[in-house]
Design a protein around this ligand. Structure first.
Ligand code: NAD
Ligand code: UDP
Length: 336
């Protein structure tokens, strides 16, 4: 089966490429390397002994995208490509709308033109905004997201729902990720953010390796047991395997379906720091700072729907995430 991964050189995409290649899928990747390195693809090839087909291309380049679809009959597409830094999106909304929405429009048009019917889309728990109820199930109300980034995810979900309503032969799985972390157990591929990390785990590993001074914990006055925010951290390899489960689902012609991918367990920022220190026997330098605008106090999934309908559930623990994130950072102190 030929699967195209847009954004497949990135953090989640490269881990998914590895699991797909291991399971004998033919993997094709389109990436403009805006937030990734081609080295990730070389390493996936080395780890799997399989060749991936890579096209360095921006999804906004419509003609070149159509040429790739013309020359390759893909069975399914996993659409990871997008800009993902919520704070940056507040400062640069147009860049986010242009890239994320524009790229998706071109991709959907190419799929329509060349008869590709199956799509998995990388959405985010951010679409739930400040949840009314915990744990969050897929039928929780979708209100507004806290950033232009989150709104691009909401808009793409709606766009995909509209094109599915207009064409009953299309199959789309929307995957709403909770908080991915960790790395492949080899320590050869992992998260390599450009500049200052926005996310908690890469910030912790960079502080521990010495490339940043101290983590700022964004607020300790939330209505949670230790006052810090609670999130559902999911190991990136479990997340990658969720995409294989989603591809199997597409083969059942489901129309449009949505799944949360998380563990169902919430951990506070201080619990993550403690788990990291315990697992890796390293101190994490941190200070308590102000709340970060847009953060919600608690966010964790009800994993039941994915468990029943995708026969998938996260197997790895927060300790596995901390151990594997640190192994990757130690082996690659400056990333790729
Ligand atoms: P990432 O930045 O590592 O990967 C995204 C990839 O897309 C990068 O390699 C980038 O170069 C590429 N890209 C961006 N715009 C492109 C374009 N116009 N044309 C071609 N390639 C383009 O991010 P990630 O963490 O692997 O996230 C993958 C997807 O999952 C994103 O859509 C992100 O919004 C979503 N997501 C991520 C998280 C998270 O915390 N990492 C959480 C929820 C959802
Ligand atoms: N966080 C923090 N300091 C940081 C980065 C993140 O305290 O430098 C906290 C943040 O407030 C949130 C949690 O860690 O409660 C996870 O944040 P992240 O940005 O990784 O993911 P989000 O849940 O915002 O998508």
């Amino acid at each position: 089966m030929k699967v195209l991964l847009t954004g497949g050189a990135g953090y989640i995409g490269s881990h998914t490429a590895l699991e797909l290649a291991k399971n004998n899928f033919e993997v094709y990747i389109i990436d403009n390397l805006a937030n990734s390195s081609i080295e990730a693809i070389f390493r996936v090839e080395k780890l799997t002994g399989k060749k991936l087909t890579f096209f360095e291309l921006d999804l906004l380049e419509r003609e070149a995208l159509n040429d790739i679809f013309d020359q390759n009959q893909f069975d399914a597409v996993i659409h990871f490509a997008g800009l993902k830094a919520a704070a940056e999106s507040v400062a640069q909304p147009l860049a986010y709308y242009r890239n994320n929405i524009g790229g998706t429009l071109n991709l959907c048009a190419a799929m329509g033109r060349f008869g590709v019917k199956n799509l998995v889309f990388s959405s985010s728990a951010t679409v739930y905004g400040n949840p009314e109820q915990l744990p969050i199930s897929e039928d929780a109300p979708i209100t507004d997201a806290a950033s232009p980034y989150g709104r691009t995810k909401l808009m793409i979900e709606k766009l995909l729902s509209d094109i599915c309503a207009a064409d009953s032969t299309l199959n789309v799985v929307l995957l709403r990720y909770f908080n991915p972390g960790g790395a492949h157990e080899s320590g050869d591929i992992g998260e390599d953010p450009n500049g200052i990390p926005n996310n908690l785990l890469p910030y912790i590993t960079q502080c521990t390796v010495g490339s940043r001074k101290a983590l700022t914990v964004f607020g300790d006055d939330y209505p949670t047991p230790d006052g810090t925010c609670i999130r559902d951290y999911i190991h990136v390899v479990d997340l990658a395997l969720g995409h294989l489960a989603a591809i199997s689902k597409l083969q059942q012609n489901p129309g449009l379906v949505t799944y949360n991918l998380g563990t169902g367990r919430g951990s506070s920022v201080l619990e993550v720091i403690q788990a990291f220190e315990r697992t890796n026997e390293r101190k994490v330098p941190y200070v308590i700072g102000l709340r970060r605008p847009g953060d919600v106090a608690e966010c964790y999934t009800d994993p039941t729907k994915a468990k029943i309908e995708l026969a998938w559930q996260a197997q790895r623990t927060l300790e596995d995430i901390c151990r594997d994130a640190w192994r990757w950072q130690k082996k690659n102190p400056e990333g790729y």
